[in-house]
Design a protein around this ligand. Structure first.
Ligand code: HEM
Length: 160
């Protein structure tokens, strides 16, 4: 995983901003997914627990199983921030995660919308502290995470 593009200043911006947002991960994660479903409403149908689809976004957002998925996403972001000095340690996990998301029906293009929704949630959560430099640092971190997930998504499912 290429991380030389992130400067020490950018790593600090990421850590400091995440420190604020991660105080309430469920709230900011819910903002992220609310935005994601506004941009790509059909994604809600990929979440079906006990094999029944949610009939609308609100039902999905307020379900216990989906809340767990929000926590899972925030935990991965938390791990990426915590490993910002050694992101390659997450590479294998993230390629596996990309592969699992292909299996549940996520399209590669949707990862881009997730990125936009993440920036939206950070902007809302941080207000003026979300400076252009902070945005750029997060865009780069997310791009690195998605690069690994996309590699796993593209990998031949018969490969181990
Ligand atoms: C397009 C957006 C996404 C969709 C539609 C989606 C959908 C799903 C679904 C259907 C599952 C299986 C059910 C579940 O565990 O709740 C799942 C699992 C999971 N997702 Fe996502 N997901 C998305 C984005 C993400 C992102 C961006 C991350 C983290 C960066 C993430 C992290 C996880 C994790 C950690 C699991 C559990 C994997 C496991 O069981 O090993 N998801 N996702």
């Amino acid at each position: 995983m290429e991380i030389e593009d992130l400067s020490e200043t950018q790593k600090d911006l990421i850590r400091d901003s995440w420190h604020i947002v991660s105080q309430d991960q469920l709230h900011h994660g819910t903002v992220l997914f609310t935005r994601l479903f506004q941009l790509e409403p059909e994604l809600v149908f990929l979440f079906h627990y006990n094999s029944s689809e949610f009939s609308d976004v609100q039902e999905c957002l307020s379900s216990a199983e989906f809340t767990e998925h929000i926590r899972k996403v925030m935990t991965v972001i938390d791990a990426a921030v915590g490993s910002v000095d050694s992101l390659s340690s997450l590479d294998e996990y993230l390629t596996g995660l990309g592969r699992k998301h292909r299996a549940v029906g996520v399209k590669l293009e949707s990862f881009k919308t997730v990125g936009e929704s993440l920036l939206y949630a950070l902007e809302l959560g941080l207000g003026d502290a979300f400076t252009p430099d902070t945005r750029e640092a997060w865009s780069q971190l997310y791009a690195t995470v998605v690069r690994s997930m996309s590699r796993g998504w593209r990998r031949d499912p018969l490969e181990q």
